[in-house]
Structures are given as C-alpha cells and as structure tokens.
Ligand binder design. Sequence first.
Ligand code: SAM
Ligand code: SF4
Length: 474
Amino acid sequence: MKFTPEKYAIADEAMKPFIDENEINEYLKNCKPTMEKVQQIIDKSLSKNRLSLEDTAYLLNAEMPEMVEAIKEGARELKKRVYGERIVLFAPLYVGNLCTNNCAYCGFKESNKKVKRETLTGNELIEQVEALEDNGHKRLVLVYGEHPKYDANFIAESVRTVYKVKKGMGEIRRVNINAAPLEIDGFKIVKESGIGTYQIFQETYHQGTYSEVHLSGHKRNYDWRLTALDRAQEAGIDDVGIGVLFGLYNWKFEVMGLLRHVNHLEAVYNVGPHTISFPRIQNALNLDIDKSSLVSNDEFVRLIAILRLAVPYTGMILTAREVKSIRDEIIRFGVSQIDGGTNIQMKGYTKKKDEQNLDEEQFSINDNRSLEEVIVELMHQGFIPSFCTACYRLGRTGEHFMEFSVPGFIKRYCQPNALLTFAEYLQDYANPETKENGYKMIDEKLDEMENDTFKHSLIKKLELIKQKQRDLYF
Ligand code: SAM
Ligand code: SF4
C-alpha cells in the first residue's frame, strides 16, 4: 500500500482538535481486506490488543458476507471472554429541556416553539427519582438541554439532590451526566458533586455535516465540543463517555472518528473513554436532516461488532431508541449497558399512560418495556441483570480495562457484584414469579463456581441481603 499514514498524523496534544479528515478518508480508501486479513485483525483483538485506525478501516471495508459473519462471530466471542454474562441497567432522566441550540435532528431545538419547556424544580426532581427507585433503579444518567440556566452549579446541585433521595430500600448509587460542554472550572464544580461518567456526543466527526446540522447556538462550534472531554480530564474527570449520532454522515467515517477520539484520550491522558454510545437517528418533532446517510439495521449491527473489536475494553451503551429485536441481537456481541423502563418525557416517570404526550419527547423511543420486562427477557437470554456500582465507589477506575487485563477480575468482582445487586432487586422490587426465577438463576451461577472461601463469602452476603442488609459488594 502506497499510502503513508504518518504523513497525515496530527500530534495529540491536550485541548487541541485531533480529527484529520484526510487521514480518515485515506485509510478508508486504501484498506481493502482479504478474508485472511480480516481474520488476522479479529485474532489481534481477541488477543487483547486495541485495533489501530488502519485495522479498523479494513474491517469497515469488509463487505463479503463471510467477512461480515467472521466479524460478528469475533465480537460475540470477545464479549463472552471480556464481559461475561452480565448486563448493567440504568435509566435516563431529563432534568430540563430548555435549549438555545438548533440541532436539526432534535425535538428540543429552540425553533420548536410547540414544545412545552420545563425545568424540574428540586421537588419535581425528587419525585422522578423516587419513582425510579420504586422501580428498582440504582444508576441514572441525567440529561439537560444547553441553556445558561443549566450551568455547572445547577448540574452539580441536581446531582447532589439525586444522591440524597432514599425511598424505601431504594437509592441511586451512580449518577452519570449527559450535558453540554463546560469550561474547566465548570467541570471541576460538577466533579465535586460526585458524578460517575460525563458523556458528550460529538454527534458527527465530519466538520461539513456538523455545520449543516447545527444551525445556531453554542453547539455550532465543532472544536469546542470536540475538546470538551479534554477540559473534563484537565478538571480531574477521568471517567468520560463519547458518542456519535449515527445517520448524519457516512457511518464508516464516524466509526473512525470515534476511534480517533479514543486514541487521543489515551495518548494525552493515558485513559480511554469509559463508554461509547451510538444513538441512531429517530423521528423527532420537525426532524430536518438529509436522509442519505441513515444507517440500515444490517449496517448498524456491523458497526457495533466492529467497534466491539476495535476497543475491547470500553463499555458500550445501547438505548431504548432501538426496537427490542435489534437490542436482542446487538446485546450478544457488543453491549455492556442498556436502559430499562425508559421514559424521556419531562416528568415522564410519574405520568399516567393517558398523560403521555409523544410531541414532548426529544425523539421517539422504540422499546417501551418496563424495567421488570427487560430484566425477565435478559434472564431468558442467559444474562445476569446487574446494578453494580462497586468499582466506581471503591475508586477502581478504568474498570473495563481491568476486566480486560486483570486475570480473573470478572469472576472475582463483576459477576459476584452482579449477583448481589440482582438479589437486592429480587428482594425489593420483583414480582413473585420473577423473584423465583431470579433466585434459580443465582443458584445456577453459584453451582458453576469453584467451592472456595470466596464462594462462601458470596453466599454469606446473599444471605445478609435476604436479611435486609443492602449495598454489599466486593
Ligand atoms: N443537550 C445536550 C447535548 O446536546 O449534548 C444533551 C444531549 S441530548 C439531550 C442527548 C443526545 O440525544 C444527543 O447528544 C444526541 O446524540 C441524541 N439525539 C438528539 N436527537 C436525536 C434523535 N432525533 N434521535 C436519536 N438521538 C437523538
Ligand atoms: Fe439542544 Fe442537545 Fe437537542 Fe441540540 S441535541 S437541540 S443541544 S437538547
């Protein structure tokens, strides 16, 4: 291959934009795979190496059905080896839908005058959190529009409020954030409130498309958004999430953009993102985008398998934007976290069915199952539903990296903690049938374990949970 990537490589420096479209385009143009090459790259990933931009371009250009199947199979195998059988559950909670931006794809854009604009008061926020705790949730992501009202102090205050809400046996143990970029000082204030992950999606890494879809407001500034997580890192937030809104521009380019972002964070801060999200465009009030880059189901499944192989130790989040059948397929080979019982309307978790108004959503969601329904389905498929927050609370950051690199980490920590948090759910929130089936699953998993002191310690903790002790973990 004549192409010399070094020619294009931009040095990675803190706070400096790092996307070079020529570099990405050249890789995509030049990396033409054979079956042998594809298999070599899959093997590289299975032997615990992150893939390079070049490797990933080969996988993205693998179009022949047998190549695509090998990639999916590789991703399934990796998921089994690295993440085991547990799936972590969370719920999104919209704190405010005021917004000064006009993102062509979003129902909350400023020009949508029909949308009722609301910001939860302290008490309203508490009510939503209580409703989520009553369902059994332990992990939330708080979501905000971009508006001067939602500054760092406002965000930090909402996080503190959420942590204080304790209803019955319920509590929220991890609050993640999805909000507009802040200055370094702002990120410091938010960090102090005890957040988990700070997520910001670039939406598209392609500058021309970015300008076309961000019509007005601060979000028009591509570089400010691209370097947001650099500022978060400078402020001490080393737990960050990246994402692309798939459907705005060519999906292969966007996967390369995500990987370039991972490389940048690793090169400069020595830690990659904690999670990658891949929302796909859904219908929204006055959705106004060029539909030529929408991603088909087959392409979506492929891109997630490729991402799984490319960044084996990064958590991957799949949301209720997708229908159940797609969620079921993708979960097998890529995903470590999903939402359950999701409602993205303002005050949605306390609204009755006849009060729901789909025009008030940021976009439509396609999986309306309750948390319990999602949990029952996960069990049917052999997954252990988990609400674990142990690593983050014990200061074990880089947990996905540990899962990947520390021998026995999953067996020693992740799976037992999944079982403990699942047992809490079964005790406090499940209906009798789910409880019975859930405990059967726990017993099966215990039977599969070696009969050592560690297993006895887990059994003891499970007993304590039956006696109403909570929040036990390894
Ligand atoms: N206002 C903040 C911002 O823009 O970063 C918070 C993000 S927004 C409330 C959450 C994410 O939803 C966006 O980053 C975008 O990727 C996604 N989103 C927006 N419109 C969407 C649509 N029509 N379909 C699917 N996802 C959408
Ligand atoms: Fe506002 Fe975020 Fe929607 Fe853009 S995506 S209009 S910034 S809420």
